[in-house]
Design a protein around this ligand. Structure first.
Ligand code: FE2
Length: 344
């Protein structure tokens, strides 16, 4: 942990601290948690559990409602893309990027065509620091702030809390890591975001989290939303950077993205309240060859348009640690179903 932090960092952390989702803040270790419902609840239960958060969002920012209704449709999205302001990179480039000589224009072109650009790599000293930080800093299980434990104590924590702990989020604590702040503020990330989303693009979220191997049965897994492709409905236009912070192979719960699904969509998948759909239904439409599984060594990263179908998979062999940095174009809502800090 650094001895000092910048005023901007402190402000971001204070804001993040102040924005604890009331549902999380009232977390009761004995009650079914949001993650269990999200993964295993019925369709109606999954929708019902989010209604209080949706109502809070609309009260806080009425502009959220048209986005929530229309941004799931291609015509709605395309209309909003017309408002993208043209971005031209400043001639005087600021700091060098830790990612080296990568063209933001080429990355944005790949995002437009496929919905994804891969091949980013965090230098070892930075991803090593983030990993050490995540190992030493207590995280919160299943999005519940009352289930606090260190990743290395996962098995003991499951016994102590009497339930499977599928994930461990660091929430706003992640901003105490110098490496996390370096990556979220890297000039390449905002450059790619502005080339793709337009000049209005801004940093919205940063998070790091563990996914732990689960004892869930095959039946549980097929019920779980992790076996379903979904799209994110957080903004009209967004991109998310993801970085593996441990080596990720086929059995470490890799992220999967369906190429081209960000700009082509079945009507059935637009006119629905649900963002998640069964994997076979999605792959029948786009073709199995469109699904890209993002395995890679620690530090490997990629950026995607999360309107495209994607899913996390369950690690089978060892815990997975990931980092996400999201950029959008609207004022962020305080909705924090995933518990990430919101930066303004
Ligand atoms: Fe997602």
């Amino acid at each position: 942990m650094p001895a000092t932090t910048s005023a901007a960092d402190d402000q971001a952390k204070r804001q993040a601290q102040a924005q604890v989702n009331p549902v999380q803040a009232q977390g009761n270790p004995g009650a079914p948690d949001l993650e269990a419902i999200a993964r295993q609840g019925s369709r109606w239960k999954r929708m019902a559990v989010r209604i209080p958060t949706y109502i809070a969002d609309v009260k806080e920012n009425p502009a959220w409602l048209p986005m929530f209704v229309l941004a799931r449709t291609l015509p709605g999205r395309r209309a909003h893309w017309l408002t993208a302001k043209r971005y031209s990179k400043p001639v005087t480039a600021a700091r060098p990027s830790v990612f080296g000589d990568i063209s933001a224009e080429a990355a944005a072109k790949s995002l437009k065509q496929d919905g994804i650009f891969a091949g980013l790599q965090i230098p070892p000293e930075i991803h090593g620091e983030i990993r050490s930080f995540a190992e030493e800093t207590p995280c919160f299980g299943n999005f519940n702030r009352k289930l606090e434990f260190r990743a290395k104590d996962h098995a003991e924590a499951e016994k102590r809390f009497g339930r499977p702990l599928l994930s461990g989020h660091h929430f706003e604590r992640c901003l105490d890591s110098p490496g996390v702040r370096t990556i979220q503020n890297d000039p390449l990330l905002i450059d790619i975001a502005r080339h793709y989303l337009g000049a209005q693009a801004r940093l919205i979220t940063t998070r790091i989290w563990w996914s732990f191997p689960t004892k869930a049965s095959e039946a549980d897994r097929s019920l779980a939303s992790l076996d379903k492709f979904h799209f994110d409905l957080d903004d009209w236009r967004m991109i998310k950077f993801f970085f593996n912070l441990v080596d990720v192979d086929e059995r470490t719960g890799p992220h999967v993205f369906v190429k081209g699904s960000h700009n082509r969509r079945k009507v059935k998948h637009q006119c629905t309240l649900l963002v998640g759909h069964p994997a076979d239904e999605v792959l029948d439409y786009y073709g199995k060859e469109s699904a890209v599984t993002l395995t890679g060594k620690a530090g490997y990263g990629f950026v995607e348009d999360p309107f495209g179908f994607h899913m996390g998979t369950v690690p089978e062999t060892r815990p997975r640690l990931m980092m996400e940095v999201g950029f959008g174009v609207s004022k962020p809502s305080r909705r924090r179903f995933h518990g990430e800090p919101i930066l303004r």
